[in-house]
Design a protein around this ligand. Structure first.
Ligand SMILES: Nc1ncnc2c1ncn2[C@@H]1O[C@H](COP(=O)(O)OP(=O)(O)O)[C@@H](O)[C@H]1O
Ligand SMILES: [Mg+2]
Length: 229
């Protein structure tokens, strides 16, 4: 982290997909500063680039132009090996489609990021137990993703994202595909993680999440602005 408690600084980010003939400028001039401990919520129309922006903040994708600093690291100047380790230690991702590994059990999915960092076996099994319990998934540990409901898969995705206790969580439309009751539970999970001190950046359309935000933003026509009610 930089000394002043700033977790993310994005300056003049631009992202263009495609080739010259089929060029699509998704992000035109995005500027963002996120302070430690904030719950930042980003809205915007479908296709406005929310997922693209989260991927750039998480070092999964690179901007075409502009600078992205996360915990003081200039991600665009780093190679893939650095970024893999950086992500594993510092960033928890909860993808819109969960991205669980279909051939691994729930417990194995949650253990995966810890095994990647070669954490001791006992540490991994204790942490898996702890996360299963906190997400209410104890009875699901030996099941495979296809055996779970959407809400359960989402909670496995949260548990996996939290495995290495990252200080920053990036969460993409966490309630988009879920019914009311499950969504309300996910909103509570987000809020309590933030209260525990995690910096959380969420892309969503869900008003309940905006209600919990410290910073409400809106992405449209390639630009990020403050969101007004
Ligand atoms: N890898 C890609 N290649 C080409 N176009 C892409 C790619 N990823 C996203 N896009 C396009 O960029 C735009 C923004 O997508 P996305 O970031 O997923 O928006 P949102 O998450 O706000 O719905 C969309 O028009 C989408 O089709
Ligand atoms: Mg998206």
């Amino acid at each position: 982290m930089s000394n002043d408690g700033t977790v993310v600084v994005a300056s003049a980010l631009r992202k263009v997909y495609g080739t010259k003939e089929s060029e699509l400028e998704v992000l035109k001039d995005v500027n963002l500063e996120v302070n430690m401990g904030n719950l930042v919520v980003i809205g915007g129309p479908s296709g406005s680039g929310k997922t693209t922006l989260l991927n750039i903040i998480g070092g999964i994708d690179r901007p075409t132009n502009g600078q992205i600093l996360v915990f003081g690291e200039d991600l665009n100047s780093r190679n893939e090996d650095f970024l893999s380790d950086f992500r594993c230690n510092k960033i928890g991702f909860v993808f819109q489609s969960y991205n669980l590994v279909s051939t691994l059990t729930v417990a194995e999915n949650i253990a995966f990021p810890m095994e990647w960092l070669r954490r001791p076996e006992k540490h991994v099994s204790d942490r898996v137990e702890q996360l299963l319990e906190s997400m209410g998934l104890q009875k699901r540990s030996q099941h495979f993703p296809f055996q779970l409901s959407g809400g359960e898969q989402q909670r496995v995705a949260f548990a996996r994202a939290l495995a290495n206790d990252p200080p920053l969580l990036l969460v993409d439309e966490p309630t988009g595909n879920l019914d009311e009751e499950i969504s309300a539970r996910i909103v509570e999970i987000l809020s309590s993680l933030n209260k525990e001190g995690k910096t959380v950046i969420v892309a969503t359309h869900d008003e309940r999440i905006f209600e919990r935000a410290n910073q409400s933003l809106w992405l449209e026509a390639g630009k990020l602005m403050n969101r007004h009610e």
